[in-house]
Design a binder for this molecule. Structure first.
Ligand code: ATP
Ligand code: MG
Length: 503
């Protein structure tokens, strides 16, 4: 192989009390797709941030096309031709799509005037390329997370980069959007660009990567070439041992109906009606493509958005629309898909984030017991396998996947009567996913009615007793556990087989 485009040698990076990267070396070549894998907190994002000028390594060297250099800022990285798509999306909500694509690099005419027409035209071409069918003047605030992710990708493509780093680009994309992204990635590879790709989804990695680099606890643990890409080998490099086979799925007997939704209409799909119910002790899955209306329905049920019409009843009592407080009082909990909306307080400790919704529980006599809060936070963070230096670590300093676990833990600890989980394992590694599944299962076993919204088909099939498949705002069909398969769900989700329409 020719000389590497970018070479990292002995990179180390510490944050207060944490060795995020410990002497990591890796090479990146032109025209290859390199996947970076590792558990939550392994150091993947930190390594990428060192390559993209976001962080300065404490020690080690970077060589770009044979020359040693320091990448002192993100601007410097962009000038070299390194585009970085952040795990935590980095768009300006108050600007439109075209302005975000060209943010900081606005096209000008006559040297000083913004050339809005040119930026719109180039943005339109980029959106076309990635299959995102929205006008270029759409405000970013009105986009779904999946769409925002695609806008970030358009921005990276607009840089004409030599190296494109994508930190978990697919975590909020559906199968269709992922397929489009992969064809873009293949085009980039053919054009001689190096694509670095982070994902927790092994099937994606085996489909797209030429090579995998694995990190564990900040150290490089190995590299696998295309012919060596067996899932077991990846997992054992990631986890440091073989993962035991998954436990058999427990049998569940659903109880009475807890939540009943009838003829719900939301602003996203005003002409469509949605009806379904959730039963105690049952896990219901909501499958569908991104944009099928699942998140909108969840938000309307919980009261964040006011539905246009319909009734929502809990235990037979109709719920007032548009009032989350009443919904919570009636026993409903919602874990939203957007981490920024999950109410995590980034500059507070894990312990406080976990106990905040339950403070009353810790203060039976009016005094809050610090020891009880600590004990409960220790237990929860162990059962969620939150990787950190301890429960006093600030949530904002955790890796993406570990923040997700804290967000989930807050609600799980409340043992709500009815819980809606929107994309509960986005960005969570394989081992921790299993732990989250068993937590969700124990909630159901204790009688909670659970709705899991997920674009991860494997997850839906693994967890659900019953699967609701949504397509463009309506229920395209319901599948029992026996009827459910990847094919039957996808058929309904894409609207290609209208079986068993909603009652
Ligand atoms: N700004 C920061 N301040 C303090 N600690 C940090 C900071 N950024 C990262 N860390 C720590 O560095 C370690 C590596 O984090 P990193 O975000 O690189 O993990 P990751 O492999 O990308 O994980 P994930 O799969 O969850 O995204 C973690 O222990 C994390 O808590
Ligand atoms: Mg990360």
């Amino acid at each position: 192989m020719s000389a590497p485009l970018l070479s990292a040698r002995g990179i180390s990076k510490r944050f207060a009390g944490v060795r995020a990267l410990d002497n990591v070396s890796a090479d990146f070549f032109q025209g290859e797709v390199v996947a970076v894998m590792g558990e939550n907190g392994a150091g993947k994002s930190t390594l990428m941030k060192c390559l993209a000028g976001v962080h300065q390594p404490d020690s080690g060297t970077l060589t770009w096309q044979g020359k040693d250099l320091r990448i002192t800022s993100t601007r410097r990285a962009e000038q070299l031709g390194i585009a970085f798509i952040h795990q935590e999306l980095n768009l300006c909500d108050n600007l439109d799509v075209a302005s975000n694509v060209f943010l900081g690099r606005e096209l000008k005419k006559a040297g000083c005037f913004l050339d809005a027409a040119a930026m719109r035209a180039r943005t339109a071409a980029l959106l076309e390329r990635i299959g995102l069918r929205i006008p270029t003047n759409t405000p970013v605030s009105s986009l779904s997370i999946g769409q925002r992710q695609l806008v970030e990708i358009a921005r990276a493509l607009s840089l004409d980069a030599r190296m494109v780093i994508m930190d978990e680009p697919t975590s909020s994309l559906t199968a269709g959007e992922t397929a489009t992204l992969f064809s873009v990635v293949r085009d980039l590879r053919t054009a001689g660009i190096c694509v670095v790709f982070i994902s927790h989804r092994i099937p994606e990695i085996t489909a797209i990567a030429d090579r995998v680099i694995v990190l564990k606890d900040g150290r490089f643990t190995g590299t696998l070439t295309k012919s060596e890409l067996a899932p077991d080998r990846i997992v054992s490099l990631m986890v440091g041992r073989d993962l035991p086979p998954p436990e058999p799925r427990p049998l569940r007997q659903p109880g009475p109906v807890r939540l009943e939704v009838s003829n719900l209409r939301t602003a996203a799909f005003p002409a469509r009606q949605l009806s379904f119910s959730l039963r105690a002790g049952e896990i219901t899955g909501a499958a569908g493509l991104v944009g099928a209306g699942r998140t909108e329905a969840a938000r309307a049920i919980f009261g964040i958005d006011r539905p246009i019409a319909g009734t929502i009843s809990i235990d037979g009592n109709p719920l007032t629309h548009g009032n989350p407080r009443l919904a919570i009082r009636a026993g409903l909990a919602l874990v939203p898909e957007d981490r920024k909306e999950q109410g995590l307080i980034l500059d507070m400790a894990i312990r406080d984030n976990l106990s905040l919704p339950r403070l009353r529980h810790f203060a039976p006599s009016g005094f809050i017991s610090d020891a009880a809060i600590n004990r409960s936070a220790e237990d929860l963070s162990a059962s969620l396998s939150i990787r950190s230096t301890g429960i006093h670590k600030l949530v904002g300093e955790l890796s993406g996947g570990n923040q997700q676990k804290v967000a989930l833990g807050r609600w799980l600890a409340l043992s709500p009567g009815i819980i809606i989980l929107d994309e509960p394992t986005r960005g969570v590694d394989v081992g921790a996913k299993r732990e989250i599944y068993s937590l969700i299962e124990s909630l159901a076993a204790s009688g909670t009615a659970v709705l899991v919204i997920s674009s991860d088909l494997e997850e839906i099939l693994r967890l659900s007793d019953r699967i609701l498949v949504l397509h463009e705002g309506h229920l395209a069909g319901t599948l029992t556990r026996q009827e459910a398969s990847e094919a039957s769900v996808m058929q309904l989700a894409t609207g290609s087989s209208p079986r068993r329409p909603a009652a």
